[in-house]
Design a protein around this ligand. Sequence first.
Ligand SMILES: Nc1ncnc2c1ncn2[C@@H]1O[C@H](COP(=O)(O)OP(=O)(O)OP(=O)(O)O)[C@@H](O)[C@H]1O
Ligand SMILES: [Mg+2]
Length: 248
Amino acid sequence: MSHSNQAADTAGMATSTAGAEVLLSLSDIKRDYVLGETKVQALKGVSLRIHRGEFVAIWGPSGSGKSSLMNILGLVDAPSSGEVTLEGLPVSHLSDDALADLRSRKIGFVFQSFNLIPVLSALENVMVPLQIQGVADPKARERATQALKDVGLEGQLHARPDKMSGGQRQRVAIARALVTSPSIVVADEPTANLDSENSVMVVELMRELNRTRRVTFIFTTHDPRLLELVDRKLLLKDGLLRTDESLR
Ligand SMILES: Nc1ncnc2c1ncn2[C@@H]1O[C@H](COP(=O)(O)OP(=O)(O)OP(=O)(O)O)[C@@H](O)[C@H]1O
Ligand SMILES: [Mg+2]
């Protein structure tokens, strides 16, 4: 099923996800970057609904606005216009502190370059978001240990990132994203620094966590093979959503 967006917002999407709760919605999102005299219109009016439990990929050419969109979905960047609503709460009026708090509780991030702290062990890296939330040490340790077990790294708790493969590092990063039990995990090109075998492994792991723990995932990719593993793929081109395909 394929729709030409922006109408995807209404009719089509409801078919595959009937009854599911809307987790995150974007309404006519625009994002301009102003550099001196020039203005780049990175997003030109994107409307989108992500339902709880979905496993979604965003793809499209370099410069199409994927990272700009992910930053807005992750509440890291504010749109130039349009509204983002997370679990029914419009976020545009929130203070920076309130946004940071919402982000910390509701959103997990996975990055292209893993962004692990090199001097900390896997376990200590995964404990960081809990420590930011003020979770006491024994509890943080217990939850981080469980998160690392969930990604198959129970044997590597005390290893440092530089002793791990790229695939293992990204699994640590996924454990770190999940340890706070977020509503959604946002991952901008999580496999860009991995070989093809590890790329598939990482997306299959996210897929399994999506199924077993009902975590909603949204990630960007350039790799056509990874698009085979998702429920829904959104094509972004020139700052607009062009197609929205539900595959299952
Ligand atoms: N901070 C910024 N300042 C100015 N222009 C920016 C900024 N970030 C992105 N852009 C521009 O906005 C457009 C969209 O960029 P974006 O990084 O969102 O694309 P992308 O789809 O993620 O590309 P890639 O596949 O290369 O990661 C591009 O023209 C880019 O040059
Ligand atoms: Mg990008």
